[in-house]
Design a protein around this ligand. Sequence first.
Ligand code: TIU
Length: 222
Amino acid sequence: MPVGVEAEPHAVEIDLAGSALIIIDMQRDFLEPGGFGETLGNDVSRLAAAIAPCRSVLDAARRAGLLVIHTREGHRPDLSDAPKAKIERGHPSARIGAPGPMGRILIRGEPGHDIVAELAPVAGEPVIDKPGKGAFYQTDLDLVLKNRGIGTLLVCGVTTEVCVNTTVREANDRGYRCVVLSDCCGSYFPEFHEAGLAMIKAQGGIFGWVSSAAPVLKALAA
Ligand code: TIU
């Protein structure tokens, strides 16, 4: 039976059996000092506020039996899946693959690539390793969702305007309904966080809906 969730630009009806929680890139590389995010010159402490709301939705989704999917951005140790243009971009303090305090920057298997302890995946929750910003690009996410009959995504993670936005745009074009939870997302730039959410819900919800943890907790408890 569908449940209503308060959202913008208007409330959305969600069929829980056909919905999944997807948590984008809540990795130490983005949230903790010494990782990829900091090498790019960002104040990584700005993302910490998203952890507790994410955790509350994650706990509720697990209790409600929702499919929970985690994603991680990162590359193979030999960098064979990392575009040269990405590695050479900008003037980071350390490039992708270079050694750092949490292991090699943005490399699979390194401590920095791990999801933060508070949101660590548990057995049975698919983890999608992605080489790009979007979670559909060069991954089997679409196949996993189709096999589970998922049509609606509750989206959390970082950063709002980069990997969350890219994934929502990809999902929208593939026919998924996306509900982005504002306080469960975060950005190094408060103004981009706001703009990233505004772009999703503008024009009658051009890419989806924007809600937050509280209305989703209410719906999951119903
Ligand atoms: N730099 C930045 O804001 N984000 C990323 O590079 N990746 C994700 O958002 N996951």
